[in-house]
Design a protein around this ligand. Structure first.
Ligand code: AHR
Length: 500
């Protein structure tokens, strides 16, 4: 019997809904085909956005969408993507397959997509190859409500009211594709560029995101904070509202990443071990942030995370298209539990990427669309959005044949919604073993339990021929006990229980 304790009265931090955010880049078939098909497409759409995809994304309550990149962001010149579509400049997407980017999806289309999704906006600006003037004019174009060259241009292009920019990234991966800068150089550039990201509307502060480290590059975090952190009074914003972190799970390594569908037991545990590593990264980067910002006013923004495999055979290697199995469902469930547990510091996270790229929640093929196992995890975890993280702990043991790649058998996180409902999410990382869980719930009489589960054998996936092979099923194997609840979590599963 495995013991777990939940104390719903010990509220630890609010789980920002933005932790359940997504990322859409001009990369492969993410934007074009995956989301945007154009008004004249035979695929059902509203103002060019696929209706099936928008509807599916609304169900998981996408809270925020990052755009236009990624590496693409530091080569993107926003003025090429406004005005009459036929007159827009065409460019080469040098990062992703060298294909022609026709700029038919630009600023106006992005805001229309966010309007349809009902989500917040997170735009990534171009520091790598763009000018300060270009960046500041983009902000003016999007958010200024008075008379100015850029607001007049926006009106001429058909949008009289300004939009709301919630988050603005100042460069992306500037240690790599965003300009190969060293931390000192970037940090000084960041200070300059962020100065001109003006809050034209004093009631709508644009949260500025500084480019953070890749994986365990703790020196980047140290050096960037040393230059860019500014202590401020309550009313003033310092130089940054968030510092990003990018972390991908490459099962076999960055060079030969490994197949998304053909893997053995060893690779299963190795992949999950690398997902669990997110916890250490947050702790260690977080400890550096604590030295400057012990009150945790600056958010850690994990704006790229997920699995990265060798792309599917026969697809363009520059398009990063991969399948998604129960292994990805476990990576998502483990990672989201980690983010919840660190919600005092992690204020946003964006899965890479939303459709047809890397660990996508949706895959499309012509007019067909499927929801991946990862989609279903976001569906059953959505109740954590904006809820209060509460104290919980569970007994675990290390599993997996190879010591180096062992993982805890179980992970969990628990939140309480404003109406008092308790939401518990749990992952069972074992391929073959189920566990009996005896849960004590401190000072609370549980009267009803509803459960839902994603469970299948480890290679299970959804295909265009079998779109619902992996899906969410009702879980009714829970008993209410004197102390709390009891249940058995099956092997290889992601579970959500709702306790009242
Ligand atoms: O998500 C794919 C790419 O991964 C992004 O463009 C880049 O920021 C990262 O290296």
């Amino acid at each position: 019997m495995t013991r777990m304790v939940i104390d719903p009265n010990r509220k630890l931090s609010r789980i920002s809904r933005e932790i359940y955010g997504h990322f859409s880049e001009h990369l492969g078939r993410c934007i074009y085909e995956g989301i945007y098909v154009g008004k004249d497409s035979s695929i059902e759409n509203v103002n060019g956005m696929r209706s099936d995809v928008v509807e599916a994304l609304k169900r998981i309550r996408v809270p925020v969408l990052r755009w236009p990149g990624g590496c693409f962001a530091d080569e993107y010149h926003w003025m090429d993507g406004i005005g009459p579509v036929d007159a827009r400049k065409k460019m080469i997407n040098t990062n992703w397959g060298g294909v022609v980017e026709d700029n038919s999806f630009g600023t106006h289309e992005y805001f229309e997509l966010c309007r349809q999704l009902g989500c917040e906006t997170y735009i990534n600006g171009n520091l790598g190859s763009g000018t300060i003037r270009e960046m500041s004019e983009w902000i003016e174009y999007m958010t200024f409500d008075g008379v100015s060259p850029m607001s007049e241009l926006r009106k001429k292009n058909g949008h009289s009211d300004p939009w709301r920019v919630d988050f603005f990234g100042i460069g992306n991966e500037n240690w790599g594709c965003g300009g190969n800068m060293n931390p000192d150089y970037y940090a000084n550039e960041y200070r300059r560029y962020q100065t001109f990201v003006r809050d034209y509307n004093s009631k709508q502060h644009i949260q500025r995101i500084c480019c953070g480290a890749p994986h365990e590059d703790y020196d980047w975090t140290k050096e960037v904070l040393a230059t860019c952190f500014r202590r401020t009074s309550e009313e003033q914003h310092g130089f940054m509202d968030g510092l990003s972190l990018h972390y991908y799970v490459y099962p076999e390594g960055i060079e030969i990443k490994g197949s998304s569908t053909e893997f053995d037991e060893k690779s299963w545990y190795k992949t999950l071990n690398k997902a669990v590593y997110m916890d250490e990264l947050i702790r260690r980067h977080g400890a550096i942030m604590d030295e400057y910002d012990p009150e945790k006013k600056i958010g850690m923004i994990v704006d790229e995370w997920g699995t990265w495999y060798t792309c599917e055979p026969g697809t363009n290697p520059g398009f990063l298209y991969q399948q998604n199995t129960m292994r990805d469902a476990l990576v998502a469930g483990i990672t989201l539990n980690i983010f919840n547990k660190h919600s005092d510091r992690v204020k946003m996270a964006n899965l890479a990427q939303i459709v047809n790229v890397l660990q996508a929640v949706i895959l499309t093929e012509g007019e067909k669309m499927i929801k991946t196992p990862t989609y279903h995890v976001f569906d059953i975890y959505k109740y954590h959005q904006d809820a209060e993280l509460v104290e919980s702990s569970i007994e675990t043991k290390q599993i997996g044949e190879e010591e180096e790649w062992q993982v805890p058998n179980l992970t969990e996180s628990v939140s309480v919604a404003p109406d008092g409902t308790i939401h518990l999410t749990m992952t069972n990382l074992s391929i073959g073993e189920s566990y009996d869980i005896e849960t004590t719930i401190v000072d609370r009489n549980i009267t009803s339990v509803k459960g839902e589960i994603i469970t299948e054998e480890m290679h299970a996936m959804n295909t265009f021929d079998m779109p619902d092979h992996v899906t969410v099923e009702a879980f009714d194997g829970t008993w209410i006990t004197e102390k709390g609840i009891r249940f058995t979590i099956p092997a290889c599963s992601v579970l959500h229980l709702e306790l009242r």
